[in-house]
Write a protein of this length. Structure first.
Lengths: 395, 225
């Protein structure tokens, strides 16, 4: 082994306290980044996942005008011919007034979002049906699924209760229908239809006097990375229609922009933490240099050049960086594994979308390694400035 | 050469116009009382410090003209050091300490073999794999002698090599240095205030108040200026 590396290693390993301190500093810096990533990126990805699963799919197709008048069957069939497409489903949205008599008392709720769905297609393209904790989905024309918050606001609506729904049609006239509650929807984290009522799309079309019209199409892909490709192919295929198609990133941009800047800030805090660990390394290595003043003098007197001394202490920085990056990455991966296996959730409700982002993991490890080397430059430089005759006077 | 520390009223002439030459193979003692300037002189010859005035020639090279890198190489190739406290690196084994000057010089051919031969010669064949801080003071000083000789230097400089040892061990170290000097025709310059331990040597230079004198006692010597 190269003598400078051997000396660097021995000097460091014989000062176990300093070594542990320096390695811990790097480890903690990396761990902060990993924990931030698991929690905040996991939260972001969970929100993207839920928006995609419940509302927008991987691609959301709408129309420049409010409604799409093309046959939903033709659009769905067109999409489902593409190998990347798992399923497509039409949806129609409006707002409604809902009232219910419970224990002899009439309770009325206004401005409730109401969504019309095609149940047989919807269960393939969306996971909303999985959030129906009690009862079943809207398989009949007169059935309604109430979001858990809507049910609560209606005085505790339950499966089997009867509710009256009022929707204003395209002519401005009130359309009232009676529905039977077949299910209560409650999603973990509240990103689903907890504040919404869900009915059959044909029933809502009738009520809104919009026969054959659709509000949007939700497209679920089996390979979400092909979203842009599919979207562009769709828009090219219907040049004379006024379709709008957006990927999940585009359609949920407003909701996600705030989170993105939040994550960037949290990451920044993590990197500041890493910088602090670099200062800890500077301090610990200065202590090492001070503790080895006499040895540095001896080495200089027997012919070591300033460059040799510099390299010895930079090697120490590299050793600290390598061990710290290794231990920190292992600890970070351990935490990520724990979060994934235990299905860690935010605020005990929204399950985090935990993933191993290898690019980020390698980038963090490399950054901390490089920072440790940079942090060792000043102590190494100081070591080279010691004059041998004065260094050897140090006891 | 001269060496002056401080300025103005605080100026101290540590060495004042000292001139002498030493021939190859000579065993030279530099003696003097504490603070006389003998260690300063050794630091100048060892290129650990620079004279304020004057020049030092080693093997015909004017060492005062060398830059820092060349001085390091010169110290590594031409000079061997033995210090009062041995100054072995405690993080290395005895063998690794002896090998160090050769590794710094990057001339690793037969380095380990040479180091082991030297350790045998100084009687440390059974201690070579021990950590330097696990051997006795006398053994450490023997290892330091081996380290000083590993690069076959032009001069071995020893600063109070027995200063930290008991009288029996000191005697052994002195004999070892003399033997090595004779066997290897090696020049030794030894600074000591412990004249009687060294007995007969080739030359003695006495330093007194920054001046150098040839011989043992200032009253009997010829001033070397």
């Amino acid at each position: 082994m190269e003598y400078r590396l051997r000396l660097a290693k021995r000097m460091l390993f014989n000062k176990k306290g300093s070594l542990i301190g320096a390695v811990l500093a790097v480890t903690i810096g990396i761990l902060v980044i990993h924990v931030n990533f698991v929690i905040f990126q996991g939260l972001f990805d969970a929100i993207v996942r839920d928006i995609s699963n419940y509302r927008n799919g991987d691609i959301l197709v709408t129309d420049e005008a409010d409604y799409i008048d093309k046959s939903d069957l033709s659009v769905v069939n067109w999409f489902e011919r593409i190998p990347y497409v798992e399923a497509a489903t039409p949806r129609l949205s409006s707002t409604a007034e809902i009232n219910m008599t419970k224990n002899g008392k009439l309770i009325e709720e206004t401005r409730i979002p109401i969504v019309g769905i095609d149940p047989y297609r919807d269960i393939r393209a969306s996971t909303v049906h999985e959030t129906v904790a009690e009862g079943s989905y809207v398989f009949a024309r007169n059935s309604i699924v109430l979001g858990s918050n809507v049910a609560r606001d209606l005085g505790g609506a339950e499966v089997g209760d009867s509710v009256k729904v009022l929707v204003v049609d395209r002519n401005g006239e009130d359309q009232i229908r009676r529905f039977t509650v077949t299910g209560i929807a409650q999603s973990p984290g509240g990103q689903g239809f907890d504040y919404t009522a869900v009915v059959h799309i044909d029933t809502l079309r009738d009520m809104m006097k919009r026969d054959g019209e659709t509000g949007s199409f939700m497209i679920k892909l089996n390979d979400p990375s092909k979203a842009l490709e599919v979207k562009e192919f769709f828009l090219r295929s219907f040049p004379n229609d006024d379709f709008l198609a957006e990927t999940i990133e585009e359609s949920a941009e407003e909701q996600l922009a705030g989170f993105r800047s939040g994550i960037a800030m949290i990451n920044m805090i993590g990197y500041f933490g890493m910088m602090s660990s670099a200062f800890a390394i500077v301090t610990i290595q200065m202590m090492l240099v001070n503790g080895k003043t006499r040895e540095i003098g001896v080495m200089r007197s027997i012919g070591a050049k300033r460059k040799d001394i510099l390299i010895i202490f930079i090697f120490q920085g590299m050793i600290i960086g390598a061990i710290g990056a290794g231990v920190g990455t292992a600890a970070g991966l351990g935490y990520t594994f724990y979060a994934k296996e235990t299905k860690m959730s935010f605020n005990n409700s929204l399950p985090l979308e935990v993933s191993y982002n290898w690019e980020k993991i390698i980038q963090t490890a490399l950054t901390s390694f490089v920072l440790a080397i940079i942090a060792s430059l000043y102590p190494s430089y100081r070591a080279t400035k010691l004059l041998p005759v004065e260094a050897m006077r140090t006891v | 050469m001269s060496k002056i520390y401080g300025q103005g009223e605080n100026q101290v002439n540590a060495l004042d116009n000292v001139t002498f030459s030493i021939e190859k193979g000579e065993f030279v003692l530099i003696v003097g009382s504490s603070g006389s300037g003998k260690s300063t002189l050794l630091n100048m010859i060892g290129l650990l410090d620079r004279p304020t005035y004057g020049k030092i020639f080693i093997d015909g090279t004017d060492t005062t003209k060398l830059d820092d890198n060349k001085i390091s190489s010169f110290r590594n190739n031409k000079l061997g050091f033995i210090f009062q406290f041995s100054n072995l690196l405690s993080d290395l084994t005895v063998l690794e300490n002896v090998l160090l000057p050769r590794q710094i010089a990057r001339t690793n051919n037969s380095a380990e073999e040479d180091a082991k031969k030297l350790l045998n010669a100084v009687g440390l064949e059974n201690q070579m794999n021990k950590r330097a801080n696990k051997i006795s003071g006398g053994q450490a000083q023997r290892a330091a002698i081996a380290r000083g000789l590993i690069n076959s230097p032009s001069i071995v400089l020893a600063d109070e090599p027995t200063g930290n040892l008991d009288s029996v061990t000191s005697e052994k170290i002195v004999q070892l240095m003399k033997t090595m000097a004779k066997e290897l025709n090696q020049t030794f310059i030894v600074v000591t205030h412990d004249r009687q331990h060294f007995g007969d040597v080739d030359r003695v230079i006495t330093i007194k108040d920054g001046h150098a004198f040839e011989g043992d006692l200032p009253s009997e010597v010829e001033v070397l200026v």
